[in-house]
Design a protein around this ligand. Sequence first.
Ligand code: ZN
Ligand code: ZN
Ligand code: ZN
Length: 276
Amino acid sequence: MRDGVLSFSASSQRTSQKMPQSLEVTVLGSGTSMGVPTLGCHCAVCESKDSHDKRTRPSVLLSYGGRNVVIDTTPDFRSQAMAARVDRLDAIIYTHSHADHIFGLDDIRPYNLKQKATVPIYAAEATLQVLQRSFAYIFDDTPTDSSLPGVALHTVNGPFKLFDLEIIPIPARHGPGNVLGFRFGSAAYLTDFSTIPESSKALLRGLDHFVLDALRYVPHPMHSNVEQSLALVEELKPKHAWFTHICHDLGHEQTNAKLPENVRLAYDGLRFEVQV
Ligand SMILES: [Zn+2]
Ligand SMILES: [Zn+2]
Ligand SMILES: [Zn+2]
């Protein structure tokens, strides 16, 4: 596989007796790494009064069967979980190890205490390694009187079951690095990608909802832009596409007015149901 990107088979078992019927996706954050408004910026989008133009760092919540699973724990995780009234947290899935996707991990401690349990983490091996370096205090076994996040690490090597739901990793390139998107039933979340191998495109067909990276209009070496993401939507034909990881170049209303009807900018707090 080109550039060493992982490849997973499309022919995994997609059925289970106990599989939940539906799942609710909540977009916890739809913004790029710096967030919108961006510190020190007074452009029209950063100064916008439209609440859709307030974008925290990128993450989604999957709620199904009484469980809550987050994809990434951003530096805004605490306020996002507050806003979405996340009363319990059952697992974390990581797309990759960039700061805007991991640095809210310490804020899971109230869930550890309330649930009296560790929270399982699912990520590619390279991401787990960065987590262990970035949060050395969690993993180094140094005696402490402080509370620490309680986690159990699980390496994602292919499709896996999480509370009876099959999660299918979607490997993609993120500039010189790797990222994982995830498919769950008829929806998929793929942030922080620059290119997608053909083997992964095969995993993204027949979607009802596709949440995907579209940073801005101007090309970026690490991210898909509006033009590239529209081309991907045209190719993969999801019923609904939601752009995320959005920077302050894209005003919510003005951008939506130019997009095809089935493509919209995601926004913090967006919720939709997915058949799984
Ligand atoms: Zn990012
Ligand atoms: Zn701005
Ligand atoms: Zn990234």
